[in-house]
Design a protein around this ligand. Structure first.
Ligand SMILES: Cc1ncc(COP(=O)(O)O)c(C=O)c1O
Length: 485
C-alpha cells in the first residue's frame, strides 16, 4: 500500500480526481451524472449525482478491491485495530450474515443470545446453522433483555462442545454489554470463533471511557454500523476481521449476496466518516457522552421516568453500559414506551429511535444541540403532566424463553400453512414476528407458539408497536409448520 495516513480518504480523493477529468460517461448509471433525471438531480443535488458512478479501473471494484477501495479498507482496519475491514453497502444486516456464514456451515452450531437482531436469525435461515440460545435474562423492573452471563455461556459450551462460534451483542440496543473479554477468552479456549454484533457500538473504538470493543478484546469478527453512531450514510457498515479469519474466504462469502454495483456514495461516506472518527473521535464522543449524561440527569429530575445508566452494572449480565445511549423507562408514568414514542412524534414533532413496551431510546449524536435536548426534556415533562395514567394495566415482561423445535432454516422451508394468530398456540412458527425497531424477533422460525407469546404480540399491537416479519401484512395470521394429516 502507498504510504497513507488517517488524514487520507482514498475513495473520496479518487472521486475528486475522477470529477476533474470530465470523463464522458458511456456506462451506467443511466442518469449520467444527473443530466438524464433533472428532478432527481434537483432533489439530491448535482454534486451528489456527479459521484454516483460505476466501478471502473481508477475507482476500483468493491467485490475484488485492489487499489483505492483496498487502501480505504486498510485505513479502516488500522483505525479499528482489525486485521482487515470490509466496506459493506447492504447495512450491518449483510455484515452479520457474512459473519455467521463464514463461521458456520449448514448443520453446525452457533451459541447466541435470543435477543439478537433479525439479521442474525435470518442468517441462520440462509446458512442452515443451528442456534443454541442462551437466555440473556431480563431486568424485571425495566423489562429489558440483558447480556449473556459467563456461567450460562460456559454451560452452553459444555453441552455443545461441537459449536463453531458464539455471537455476542456489544452493546444491546439499550446499551447493555456482556463481559466481552471473558466470553472471548472462554470461546477461544474451546476452539470457537467469536462474532460480535456491534451495530450499536461503532463509537467504542474511538473513546477510552466507553465499553471494550470487539477487536480490542481479540474477537474474530465484528459487524459495525458506521451509519449509526459513526456518521456515514444509511446502509453503510464495516465488517471487521481478526486473528485467523481468512480475508479471501470472507470476501467470497460477502460476494454471495452483496451487490456487484457498490454505491460510491456509500463507499465514500464510509471513507470520510472513518477519517473523521480516526482524527476527531475522542473529542466527538466526549461531547456525545456529556450530552447524554446531561439529558439523563434532567429526565430523572422530572420524576416518574427512569433514564438508566451505569448504576445497573452487576459484573455479569450487565457487565458494562454505554453511556451515550439515552434509554428511558416509562412504565411508572402509566405509559408504554411506544405510547411516549408516538406522543413525542405526533404532539411534539420529536422523533426518537424507538419505543417498546416499557422504554424509549433517544439516539444522541454529535449532530445534536443543547436546544434540542432541552426540547426533549420539556416534552417528556409535559407528557407526564398531560398523559400519565395508572400503571396497573401495563404488561412489563419483555423476554420470553423460546422452545426451539426446529432449526430456523428447516422451519422456514418445510411445508407450511397460514392460520389465525389467536388460534396458533401449540403450533411451530415458520416465520418471524417482531416489533420494528428494535427488530428482535418475538417469535423466530422453528419456535413453539404459546398463549403467553400470542398475548404479548396482541398487546404490542394494541399499544401501537409496528409489527413485522409475517407474510400477512396485518399480522392477524401466522405461518406455522404443516402438521401430518
Ligand atoms: C443489533 C443490530 N444488529 C444488526 C442490525 C442491522 O443493521 P442494518 O439496519 O444496518 O442492516 C441492527 C439494526 O438496527 C441492529 O439493531
Amino acid at each position: 500500500m502507498k504510504h497513507l495516513s488517517q488524514e487520507n480518504a482514498p475513495i473520496m480523493e479518487a472521486l475528486n480526481r475522477y470529477k476533474s477529468m470530465r470523463v464522458v460517461p458511456f456506462d451506467v448509471p443511466g442518469h449520467k451524472r444527473g443530466r438524464g433525471n433533472k428532478e432527481l438531480a434537483a432533489f439530491l443535488g448535482e454534486q451528489c449525482l456527479s459521484v454516483d458512478v460505476n466501478s471502473m479501473k481508477p475507482l476500483d471494484n468493491l467485490s475484488h478491491p485492489v487499489s483505492i477501495i483496498r487502501e480505504a479498507e486498510e485505513l479502516a482496519a488500522e483505525a479499528f485495530g482489525a486485521k482487515h475491514a470490509f466496506f459493506m453497502v447492504n447495512g450491518t444486516t449483510s455484515a452479520v450474515q457474512a459473519m455467521v456464514m463464514t463461521a458456520c456451515k449448514a448443520g453446525e452450531k452457533i451459541i447466541l443470545p435470543r435477543n439478537v437482531h433479525r439479521s442474525a436469525i435470518n442468517a441462520l435461515v440462509l446458512s442452515g446453522a443451528i442456534p443454541v440460545y442462551v437466555n440473556p435474562g431480563v431486568n424485571n423492573q425495566l423489562g429489558i433483555p440483558l447480556g449473556m452471563s459467563v456461567i450460562d455461556v460456559e454451560k452452553a459450551i459444555r453441552e455443545n462442545p461441537d459449536a463453531k462460534a458464539i455471537l455476542i451483542n456489544n452493546p444491546t440496543y439499550y446499551g447493555i454489554c456482556s463481559d466481552l473479554k471473558r466470553l472471548t477468552d472462554l470461546a477461544h479456549k474451546h476452539g470457537m470463533l467469536v462474532l460480535v454484533d456491534e451495530a450499536h457500538g461503532t463509537h467504542f473504538y474511538f473513546h477510552h471511557d466507553l465499553p471494550a470493543s470487539a477487536m480490542s478484546v481479540g474477537a474474530d469478527m465484528a459487524s459495525v454500523s458506521m451509519h449509526k453512531s459513526g456518521g456515514s450514510l444509511t446502509q453503510s457498515s464495516f465488517l471487521l476481521i481478526n486473528n485467523e479469519i481468512s480475508e479471501g474466504y470472507t470476501r467470497q462469502i460477502i460476494n454471495l449476496t452483496q451487490t456487484t454495483s457498490g454505491s460510491y456514495l456509500l463507499l465514500s461516506s464510509l471513507d470520510i466518516s472513518r477519517k473523521n472518527l480516526a482524527l476527531h473521535g475522542n473529542e466527538i464522543f466526549t461531547k456525545v457522552a456529556e450530552m447524554a449524561e446531561y439529558t439523563r440527569r434532567e429526565i430523572n429530575k422530572i420524576g416518574g421516568y427512569y433514564a438508566f445508566s451505569k448504576e445497573l452494572i452487576n459484573g455479569d449480565t450487565i457487565y458494562d453500559f454505554d453511556i451515550t445511549k439515552l434509554s428511558v423507562h416509562t412504565l411508572d408514568i402509566g405509559l408504554a414506551g411506544i405510547e411516549v414514542y408516538d406522543l413525542l412524534r405526533d404532539e411534539y414533532d420529536i422523533q426518537i429511535e424507538f419505543g417498546d413496551l416499557g422504554n424509549i431510546l433517544g439516539y444522541i449524536s454529535v449532530g445534536d444541540r443543547k436546544l434540542d435536548l432541552e426540547r426533549l426534556v420539556a416534552a417528556l415533562a409535559e407528557i407526564k403532566r398531560r398523559y400519565s395514567k395508572d400503571k396497573t394495566d401495563l404488561m412489563n415482561h419483555e423476554y420470553i424463553n423460546p422452545e426451539v423445535v426446529l432449526t430456523p432454516q428447516s422451519a422456514f422451508y418445510v411445508p407450511k400453512t397460514t392460520i389465525p394468530l389467536d388460534e396458533s398456540a401449540g403450533r411451530i412458527c415458520s416465520e418471524s414476528v417482531m416489533c420494528y425497531p428494535p427488530g428482535i424477533p418475538i417469535l423466530a422460525p422453528g419456535e413453539r407458539i404459546t398463549e403467553e407469546i400470542i398475548s404479548y404480540i396482541q398487546y404490542a399491537k394494541a399499544k401501537g408497536c409496528f409489527l413485522t416479519g409475517t407474510e400477512d401484512k396485518e399480522v392477524n395470521n401466522i405461518n406455522v409448520v404443516k402438521e401430518e394429516e
